[in-house]
Design a protein around this ligand. Sequence first.
Ligand code: FAD
Length: 449
Amino acid sequence: MASISIVGGGIAGLTCAWRLQRAGHDVEVLEREATPGGRMRSERVTTPRGAFVVDRGAQFVASGYTNLRSVAEALGLSSRLQRIHPAHNAILRAGRWHAGDYESLAAFLRSDLLSLRTKARLPRLLFELWRGRRELDPYHPERAAALDREDMSAYLRRVVGEEAAEFLFAPAFSSTFDSEPEELSGTFALLAMRFVLSGFRLEAFDGGLGLLPRTLAEQVPVRTGCEVMAVETGDGGARITYRSAGSGRESRVLADAAVVALPGSLVSGVCATLTPEERSFFSSVRYGRGILCFLMTDRAPATIPGYGVAFPRREHAEHGGLGLYGLAVDHAKRGVAPAGAGLFNVSLTAAAAAQHWDAPDDAIVAFVLAALARTPVGRIEPIAHAVHRWDPMLPQFYAGYLPRLARFGARRERSPRLAFAGDYLIGPYTEMALTSGMRAATDAVRWLD
Ligand SMILES: Cc1cc2nc3c(=O)[nH]c(=O)nc-3n(C[C@H](O)[C@H](O)[C@H](O)COP(=O)(O)OP(=O)(O)OC[C@H]3O[C@@H](n4cnc5c(N)ncnc54)[C@H](O)[C@@H]3O)c2cc1C
């Protein structure tokens, strides 16, 4: 039995710790915040109308999340995984909602979002997916490194044209990954499409997505309020220095190995003994930052069709400079809002988030409400709100990132007794963060053989 310290108690770190513990190792998770879960955490907001559950980061999981489902099953949580209903999506164009569905290709083809001419070009993407079928593996994105040359916007314009790029893909990707299409790559778009086309029903845990990390954290030792300052590893083992919240005292933990499960952009600041190649990779990992605004209302308004609506950037000027990527109807999830009440989350564009980053929460809510009032969503009168600023928010798989990821994965010289986990290694969603945690458990043990 070896002792292994896991730095970071998000879904990647907790899954890694749980796997290692099940394999008989002695683990401890060191987490900076008072509550583990990271970007997959739920919080309760009490209002005179009753209690709401806000999924601060991740909003939904999907039927195709096979590893997440198997962990949920092992933890006895399968029955708490419920379909989101309704789950269809709409995109604003020329002041009206148009179907822009993830779930049904037929519904999408019936939608009048795009012209017939543009719709006729869409099968080209199916051809691109077929052509890249050997390389495009969402669980191993680095295998598509050779394809990764062009940003998403340029790629989609070239393959399916400007209209589809701006009115279908940009809004869908920006509202899901909180980034502009120029900050993501065309190959990332293909990987995401491949994943979606392999089965993608939206689901959520009854009572909030935080159920999964919370249950994992009940099973493994987690030391919260510990900000890890340094991770040093060598052939003899790992030394981790952390500062405790409250006392501010610095302490050390010695272990046989360490797993660093932090957002990739934070790794080099903490890991003192990286090899030059590892350091160079981590300096190339990019995350966007963003703001999510949650609105709670007495009653669910009837003006929002389905689960999610997206606002194409081309529509922004027409609606007085919207500054919003999209809105999701959280009360479509079970156990997060009192019966009949409304719960929404609204994501600000990267530019609007930068502009309002230091503004008080009330000013951000006022900005969001004024913007929504200029759309068919109309006036919303919240009884409560919550604003979350995320920095880092989501890793950006930009054009040229996959070759770097491939080189990192294949590197010969590795920091001894150190493994890494996090969404930046596979994909910007919970399934991939969790999968990276499973793989890091295997990597960490390899050092101890
Ligand atoms: C707004 C938003 C919406 C999202 N929507 C979805 C969605 O709908 N579906 C989906 O599948 N995914 C979604 N995601 C992505 C998903 O939440 C993440 O990919 C996943 O949760 C990342 O997990 P992680 O463990 O890699 O990182 P994190 O959750 O960030 O975990 C890292 C942990 O390290 C801790 N930490 C940081 N620094 C230190 C330090 N120095 N010492 C100790 N601890 C430290 C942090 O507090 C955190 O708990 C969303 C993310 C965001 C932000």
